[in-house]
Design a protein around this ligand. Structure first.
Ligand code: PLP
Length: 233
């Protein structure tokens, strides 16, 4: 068995276990396998092993990789989205995880309208207030959400966050709990369902599942360490 298959099985098993421990139905947690920096061949191996959804965070890399792979793969864009890439990315992605400003949301809506598309998106929240990260602040999103929910072409499906990097998965728990609470509050307030919570990566996905994640984004635990350089963007 290829290591990617083995890792995938292990990650799936520990997602299931975390869900069961939390009293959740494991079927309510989706795994997005983050394939950024890894070759199309690894995606194919995981796809052949039954993994349906993959995440990419760099536009250029994604646009090169996607045509090499079966058309049935479900692609998720998880990186910071540059305005000049929206038009080319829109047709390929089932979900955009990281809409990090009201301005970006409006741009996507406008371009989607021109293309006749209705992209599903998540709003990225910078819960921890780390100023190096992209995303809405909690106050900012409370103020911005009502206007974003009525954009005609955008379908806002929920929230996404990244916890600050730490060796200790428990340190992410308050961040994940805060995102879930914010989602619950905004659902009430806006009267509109926000079912998806995209949170948890290789180091902390079990904690995220315990705190209500509906999507976890796991890269290195499946595909191995990424070669060199920055991992985001
Ligand atoms: C790279 C990346 C991940 C996956 O990170 P791992 O630690 O390798 O699991 C998840 N989410 C986002 C937004 C990323 O950029």
């Amino acid at each position: 068995m290829h290591p990617v298959e083995q890792n995938l099985e292990a990650v799936r098993a520990s997602i299931r276990a975390a869900a069961v421990r939390a009293g959740r139905d494991p079927a309510t947690v989706r795994l997005v396998a983050v394939s950024k920096t890894h070759p199309a061949e690894f995606v194919r191996i995981a796809s052949d092993a039954g993994q349906p959804a993959f995440g990419e965070s760099r536009a250029q890399e994604a646009l090169e990789k996607i045509p090499l792979l079966p058309s049935g793969i479900e692609w998720h864009f998880i990186g910071h989205l540059q305005t000049n890439k929206i038009r080319r990315l829109l047709p390929h992605f089932a979900l955009f995880h990281s809409v990090d400003s009201a301005d970006l949301a409006r741009q996507i809506d406008r371009i989607a309208g021109e293309c006749g598309l209705h992209p599903r998106v998540l709003l990225e929240v910078n819960v921890s207030g780390e100023n190096t990260k992209f995303g809405f602040g909690p106050e900012e999103i409370r103020a911005a959400l009502p206007a974003l929910l009525v954009l005609p072409h955008l379908r806002v499906a929920g929230l996404m966050t990244m916890a600050p990097y730490s060796e200790d998965p428990e340190s992410a728990r308050p961040v994940f709990a805060a995102l879930r609470n914010l989602r619950d509050e905004m659902e009430q307030h806006a009267g509109s369902p926000l079912p998806e919570l995209s949170m948890g990566m290789s180091g902390d996905y079990a904690t995220a599942v315990a705190e209500g994640a509906t999507i976890v984004r796991v890269g290195s635990a499946i595909f191995g360490e990424r070669p060199g350089a920055p991992v985001e963007g």
